[in-house]
Write a protein that binds this ligand. Structure first.
Ligand code: MG
Ligand code: MG
Length: 272
């Protein structure tokens, strides 16, 4: 069952999404060679609680930490540890928070220092595919339109689109209907309606689309051990159009990146 949100609820959800966005911005400042994912996890928990919010993943389905930290060939759901990150690594950070009784859920793949050009391209294309998908999340379209657009964009670059893990509806629950696969057929699946809020989150592999799960019961890795990227935004349908609730602006501010990629998905100016 799809739980549509009122305009007031969407504004409450925007606050939850911005808690996570701000947290990822704090992490962007701290990410450098030598830092461990456990240290970053601590920073994130503090930052979330300082904003009067609650870590959304901690304890959810018994997950042990605040962040899912998935370096290099890990796709998602990696558990923070005390191994230092090194120059040339990438790390996908997925962060959730509860504010106003609603979840924010937001992910970004960071480069640690200089990374090889092949991986850099994977990160760029995966992030682009997120916006390609968001563009299709509008009144009258269906779930399959978003998945089709993401799949087509990524496969044109020869990348593997993970099938087993998908985006999802978002609200008072972390995972609501509908499931939002990153693959699909045009015009298929549930129809989008005003007030829907979803997390769109392409998980894209440099090589094979196939994945494996580790014995820890959480970590997902590419089957060929090649790198994987993950970018996630929270998006609502407002006045028939996709409206971004989360933002990468805090990350870009921290990293000194100039970007207007989110502008077309915002009906009101972003106040940081
Ligand atoms: Mg997430
Ligand atoms: Mg999600």
């Amino acid at each position: 069952m799809i739980v549509v949100k009122t305009k007031e609820e969407i504004e409450l959800m925007r606050e939850a999404a911005l808690v996570v966005s701000k947290t990822l911005g704090e992490l962007a400042k701290a990410i450098k060679p030598g830092v461990t994912s456990l240290e970053l996890d601590k920073i994130a928990e503090e930052c979330i609680r300082d904003q009067g919010a609650i870590p959304g993943f901690l304890g959810l389905y018994d997950f042990p930490n605040t962040l899912c930290m998935s370096p290099n060939s890990q796709v998602v759901h990696g558990i923070p540890n005390d191994k230092p990150l090194i120059e040339g690594d990438i790390i996908s950070i997925d962060c959730g928070a509860i504010k106003n009784e609603f979840y924010g859920d937001h992910a970004y793949t960071f480069a640690i220092g200089e990374i090889d050009s092949e991986t850099k391209k994977l990160l760029q294309v995966t992030k682009e595919s997120l916006y390609v998908g968001i563009r299709e999340f509008k009144l009258g379209n269906r779930v399959g339109d978003v998945g089709y657009a993401i799949q087509k964009y990524c496969e044109a670059h020869g990348y593997g689109v993970v099938r087993e893990l998908v985006g999802h509806g978002l609200g008072r629950k972390m995972h609501e209907d509908p499931e939002m696969p990153n693959y699909g057929k045009r015009g298929r699946g549930k129809k989008f309606v005003e007030g829907m809020v979803v997390a769109i989150e392409p998980m894209i592999n440099l090589g094979t689309q196939r994945i494996k799960q580790h014995r820890d019961g959480w970590t997902i890795t590419t089957l060929d051990n090649k790198p994987s990227a993950h970018f996630e935004h929270d998006v609502a349908i407002v006045d028939g159009k996709p409206e971004l609730l989360s933002t990468f602006a805090y990350i870009y501010e921290a990293l000194g990146i100039d970007s207007n990629e989110e502008d077309e998905f915002r009906q009101q100016a972003l106040v940081l």
